[in-house]
Write a protein that binds this ligand. Structure first.
Ligand code: 4AD
Length: 432
């Protein structure tokens, strides 16, 4: 089963989890449970309550139990009773309640059926109790676990970079400026990358899981202004090796999820066959080939819609787009020696979502970096420490960044990125 293994409750060993009852080991035994009232149905002699806790839901049959009448939807309760097998009950088990105690009586719950998305987002602090979001966030938790396990097995170090920074990494237009005492030009980090490039000189192979910030003007179903960013950086690896590494990571995550969250994925309606089929190498096409397929001019920046169209036209699996024109990408990317108008960079597109990772080999040569800063109209003085890295034992290196919520959208098939993070932040929303 999933996540909470047979660990004892921290505050009391008397209470058991619903999933343990559903596993069948408590039939005809007396148990104590606690949780929240998910649904309630009253008949003449009997009140049926569906109780939920973090591990699942179970039916309570309450006959002559006084507090069962008073208990409202979302009240927190504590019950004891006998476990009975009952095929009519959800999950196949029911509790014949002997005692029920209300811990926190709920006022009339504001969320009922058929409410607008906007209303539910205003009520996010309560809506996160829904079965759908609970399942998504269990998968999210497992995703972090899978990523850490992957890197641990490969001997990487997990390391962090500052959130307050003076350096733009991914272009000025999406930088969030913050008030920082009397200092000007302090921003929230768009990426750990520039600092990661300094840290590989000692740790060599590193990764992080951290928030990144983008003052996105785009109101799309895959843009947040605060998202969780998994990034990796490694010395001595080329762009080709980087793409293979990304393939290994995605396949590892998929296998981990199929092993540990199969029930949850099925519950969300995920087609597991698509996940089971994934194998390397992933399809790779150049930017030039991509725009030819789309019938666009060279120089056209691929939009969300273009990416979806590409995925539909050339296959349902993951696709790397490579060989982007230099000016379309970031200043730190290494020119392709075979075609210097393009860079050694790639975006990985996943079906239904589009771009989920962006990676590249970095410029390791001092003169190439200075030239690139000039082309991108960035001031040398601002990047002084970053330039230094090319002066003291420079080394070929590569890395990528992956949007956790976008990967989760693909894994769980949720339509909107806002449902892949507990409290979404977009250009229009910072509440609740
Ligand atoms: O392609 P991006 O901008 O690349 C970087 O930040 C590099 N410095 C990463 C690196 O090489 N270390 O962002 C990487 C990924 C994207 O592919 C996307 O999945 C996600 O971050 N991302 C966003 N996710 C949600 N909302 C946004 N506004 C995002 N912007 C980027």
């Amino acid at each position: 089963m999933f996540l909470i293994q047979d660990k004892k409750d921290l505050s009391s060993s008397d209470f058991i989890k619903i999933k343990d009852i559903l596993s069948g080991k408590y039939v005809n035994k007396e148990v104590k449970l606690r949780g929240w009232i998910y649904r309630k149905r009253e008949q003449k002699q009997i009140i049926f309550i569906i109780l939920r806790d973090s591990s699942g839901i179970i039916q309570l049959a309450c006959k002559g139990i006084k507090d069962a009448e008073k208990a409202t939807i979302e009240s927190s309760i504590q019950v004891s009773g006998i476990v009975k097998e009952d095929q009519r009950a959800p999950g196949g088990y029911e509790i014949e309640v002997k005692d029920l105690k209300i811990i926190g009586l709920a006022e009339r719950f504001p969320i009922t059926k058929d409410q607008s998305e906007e209303f539910l987002r205003d009520m996010r602090h309560l809506w996160i109790r829904s079965q759908k979001l609970t399942t998504i966030f269990k998968i999210r938790s497992e995703l972090f676990k899978a990523i850490r396990k992957f890197y641990d097995e490969r001997g990487f170090y997990e390391i962090q970079s500052p959130i307050f920074t003076k350096l733009g990494c991914e272009g000025g237009s999406t930088l969030f400026e913050v008030k920082y005492g009397d200092k000007k030009g302090v921003y929230l980090s768009q990426s750990w990358q520039l600092y990661a490039e300094a840290m590989i000189y000692s740790l060599e192979r590193i990764f992080t899981l951290a928030p990144s910030f983008r003052a996105e003007k785009s109101r799309t179903r895959r843009h947040l202004s605060e998202y969780w960013h998994h990034e990796m950086e490694a010395a001595w690896i080329t762009h080709d090796q980087l793409m293979e590494f990304e393939e290994d990571l995605i396949i590892y995550i998929v296998k981990h999820m199929l092993k540990h969250c199969k029930d949850e994925l099925i519950e969300l309606g995920r087609d597991l066959k698509e996940l089971e089929k994934i194998k390397k190498p992933f399809l790779k096409i150049t930017y030039k080939e991509a725009i030819e397929i789309l019938g666009k001019q060279y120089g056209h920046d691929l939009t969300d819609k273009d990416e979806r169209e590409l995925l539909e036209k050339i296959g349902k699996g993951p696709i790397f787009i490579t060989s982007f024109p230099r000016e379309m990408k970031a200043f730190y990317m290494k020119k392709d020696p075979k075609d210097p108008k393009t860079v050694l960079a790639s975006d990985l597109l996943l079906p239904g979502v589009g771009e989920v990772t962006g990676g590249s080999e970095r410029i390791s040569d001092l003169d190439e970096l200075k030239e690139s800063l000039k082309i991108f109209k960035l001031k040398k003085e601002d990047y002084k420490w970053y330039i230094d890295l090319r002066k003291y034992g420079s080394v070929p290196h590569s890395g990528f960044g992956l949007g956790i919520e976008r990967l989760l959208m693909w894994l769980t098939c949720v339509d909107h990125i806002m449902d892949a993070i507990p409290f979404p932040r977009t250009i229009d929303r910072v509440y609740p």
